[in-house]
Design a binder for this molecule. Structure first.
Ligand code: DGJ
Length: 762
């Protein structure tokens, strides 16, 4: 619900348990007042401190510039006195930079409008993208609130700078079924002259609380989204990407958390960005112990020319406040993304269990090899074969052929038409890998159009993984790329695409745009990627799209809008995956996290883990295999049908359940444990991995979460291999006992041992 208290000039946005409040001063400057637990009253304008005397005794009246350097401006601008991080910057044709934004008007309406050309959360799913799941057995007891039943309301506040004629429209949506508020910004040039927009961030939050820490998700290739907490002293903490992708190294997420914050206690103020390109998130504690946190498109390499009458839409940011620690924050993000971001045919459907040939064969495969894998996979219940990198041009390593998307008939005679027929005969679907944004130097496409690669005038562009980035900001290049994708997908019964992207953007120049528009390329590139994926999902509505970026380099809410799942990391080692998946699960629902069982010794770490453990760890994602099944031992092969069957059996929980983190191997260096609990608290899955074995230790007491304290439950040990579930005979546990007193996890011999518990109300 959104209210405007006209008497006090206060806006109040409510979600089920939170309120976001801002107001206007007498001079119409919008100032942020509060974000936190729900408050009924709106008369909170006193918190803007309009009457407080300025500090120097000689100055009796309030002076604008001095006041701005303290005032919690709702959308701070540069150049007029506020010396903290601003959200918007311009450069006029006179070379001036200031903006003084005052309230002009507002409107409040039910629902939410899409953001043109950009991914964004929605109220009613955008037309043509969804149907309900016909497979009623998958719905079971844990039916999510359907989007159609939900609602949200939107506030648009227009601010104006009288001197330049720049209008800034701040949009806020408050969701009624989730404790999340989204913000976005549109800038309109109502003036007579062009201006350059040099910075336009999407959200700003002020928190007046001491002892804050900053939580971010830094990482690297194969080490994505590692949870990091740092104390916030005076000054700033920044997380950012200027790589043209949201990146492995940083993540478009930042949270301010109180020192006492745990999974279940403390305050959390979180912001996540619905964008896949350059971003900056910055938290700074000022001289008066106020903390300002901002998030938006990175101003480096950004300069957008706005002609008179034109507008610029900045992407959306999602805000979540939790008064009960990180766990509640996580559940709010999961709920928002499941119900108001992910779209399309596969949104609520169980995804097919796939087998991908990348770690099985790398580039060394042919139809025979693939069909041998498919045959053995089909026999064991695997539902889809995915042909990864290397099926096109003459690619036999990563040096060539990107851009030449014709099937290499030497490897695959009869192309995908034949392969799909054979795979379909086995009762399986066929999926393929594509990397449409790239071109190899050694390719017909590059030889024909060397100018299509991103490059700067007179400077040879640099390669990474022996490839260049196609300049998708040029419409003719994007059009060619789309035609190529459409042709491949129309050539056979291809039901899944893994859309990969394997390098950062460098040499960001464009040979066709004028010099004063070169600063637009990074964002234009992102808009072109979104537009391609939008067309793809509309033209092939039942296609299952999985985004990927050398693993999880573009695992962000922007990509989730187009693909319901994203490959989480190229690190498939079950133990390394624990902390990568923990960081990913902090924000993103398990249903979208690509996770596979791979071969041991693991190709990245050399570690050997039990096949059962690899299955349990992959089960908390989209679940699939990435190995040469024909080379597994009989003992391992025999475990696959049970793993697949259990994945199907619990998939409703994995897709819809509420997530509770109980122990973190990253923190305790001993074990990992989390639960997924159905919304009605009738059933739950508890995943436990004893990472390291210790001698002479008692069993571990683990306190479960999320259950009904008054209900009674049975606890069943699930062994993924078929036919072995042992319910502790007749033992009933009260929910309160399981949660407050806990259960005992025996220490077992050997490292890397996983246990899966199924907990059911009786
Ligand atoms: C990077 C991906 O993350 C891998 O899974 C694989 O598809 C390779 N690219 C293929 O080049």
């Amino acid at each position: 619900m959104i209210q405007y208290d006209e008497a006090h000039h206060i806006f109040k946005l409510d979600t089920p348990n939170t309120s976001y409040i801002f107001g206007l001063t007498d001079e119409s400057y919008p100032g942020q007042i509060y974000y936190g637990k729900k408050i009924e009253d709106t008369d909170l304008g006193y918190l803007l401190r309009e009457d407080e005397r300025p500090q120097p005794p000689s100055v009796l009246r309030r002076e604008k510039a001095g006041y701005f350097d303290f005032y919690p401006m709702e959308y701070p601008s540069a150049g007029i006195g506020d010396a903290r991080e601003s959200c918007i910057g311009i450069h006029t044709m006179d070379g001036q930079e200031g903006l003084e934004l005052r309230y002009r008007s507002h409107q409040i309406y039910a629902g939410k409008k899409p953001l043109e050309g950009l991914p964004a959360t929605w109220d009613a799913e955008p037309a043509g993208t969804s149907e309900t799941d016909p497979d009623s057995s998958d719905k079971t007891t844990d039916k999510e609130v359907q989007a159609a039943d939900c609602s949200c309301s939107t506030l648009e506040v227009t601010l104006e700078d009288e001197v330049t004629g720049i209008w800034v429209i701040l949009s806020y949506t408050a969701f009624e079924d989730t404790d999340a508020i989204t913000r976005s910004v549109r800038v309109e040039n109502k003036g007579e002259r062009s201006i350059y927009l040099t910075k336009v961030l999407s959200a700003c939050l002020h928190v007046e609380q001491e002892n804050l820490e900053v939580l971010t998700l830094p990482g690297s290739w194969s080490r994505e989204r590692q949870i990091q907490r740092q104390k916030l002293g005076y000054g700033s903490i920044v997380t950012e990407s200027i790589r043209g992708i949201s990146s492995h190294q940083d993540h478009p997420f930042m949270a301010l958390v109180t020192e006492n914050c745990t999974q279940t206690t403390g305050d959390v103020y979180a912001v996540n960005f619905v964008y896949s390109g350059n971003f900056i998130a910055k938290a700074m504690r000022d001289q008066f112990d106020q903390t300002r946190m901002v998030m938006g498109i990175h101003p480096d390499r950004f300069c957008w020319k706005l002609e008179s009458g034109e507008s610029f839409q900045a992407p959306e940011a999602v805000l979540v406040y939790s008064d009960e620690g990180l766990g509640k924050m996580t559940r709010a993000f999961h709920s928002l993304y499941r119900n108001h971001l992910i779209r399309g045919y596969w949104k609520d459907r169980r995804r097919p269990v796939l087998i991908n040939n990348w770690e099985a064969t790398y580039f060394d495969f042919d139809t025979e090899k693939l069909l041998a894998i498919a045959r053995e996979a089909a026999e064991r219940g695997i539902e889809m074969l995915v042909v990864d990198d290397g099926w096109f041009g003459y690619r036999s390593n990563d040096d060539s052929s990107l851009g030449d998307w014709q099937v290499n008939e030497k490897k695959l005679p009869g192309g995908f038409t034949y392969l799909a027929q054979e795979v379909n005969k086995l009762g399986m679907k066929l999926g393929i890998w594509l990397e449409p944004e790239m071109v190899s130097e050694d390719s017909n496409l590059y030889r024909a159009h060397p100018d299509w690669a991103l490059q700067m005038n007179g400077r040879e562009p640099g390669q990474a993984r022996a490839q260049y980035v196609l300049d998708l900001s040029r419409p003719e290049v994007a059009e060619y790329v789309y035609g190529m994708i459409r042709d491949v997908l129309s050539s056979a019964n291809i039901e899944y695409v893994k859309w990969d992207m394997n390098r950062l953007l460098s040499d960001v120049g464009n040979l066709t745009l004028p010099s004063d528009r070169q600063g637009e390329i990074m964002h234009r590139y992102m808009l072109a990627v979104y537009s391609l994926q939008d067309r793809l999902t509309k033209d092939f509505p039942q296609l299952l799209l999985e985004n990927c970026c050398s693993g999880g380099g573009r695992f962000d809410p922007g990509m989730l809008y187009y693909s319901p799942q994203i490959w989480c990391s190229d690190d498939t080692d079950a133990i390394e995956r624990l902390s990568i998946q923990e960081g990913t699960q902090l924000l993103y629902p398990l249903s979208c996290i690509g996770a596979h069982v791979s071969i041991c010794p693991n190709h990245g770490t050399g570690r050997v883990t039990p096949f059962e453990t690899r299955g349990v760890v992959a089960l908390s994602g989209t679940f699939g295999y990435e190995l040469d099944i024909t080379r597994l031992s009989d003992e391992e092969k025999d475990q696959i049908p049970g793993q697949v069957a259990h994945y199907k059996q619990y998939s409703h929980l994995i897709r819809n359940g509420e997530y509770y983190r109980i122990a973190s191997w990253r923190e305790n260096h001993l074990c990992d444990c989390f639960m997924i609990v159905s919304k009605n608290r009738a059933e739950a899955l508890c995943t436990y991995v004893q990472v390291l074995s210790q001698i002479n230790c008692k069993s571990l007491r683990i306190r479960l979460q999320g259950l009904d304290p008054d209900a009674f439950y049975s606890v069943t040990e699930v062994t993924l291999a078929a036919g072995s579930e042992n319910e502790a005979a007749g033992k009933r546990y009260q929910g309160a006992a399981l949660m407050y007193a806990g259960i005992l996890m025996p220490r077992v011999m050997g490292d890397f041992k996983a246990r899966l518990l199924y907990i059911k109300r009786i």
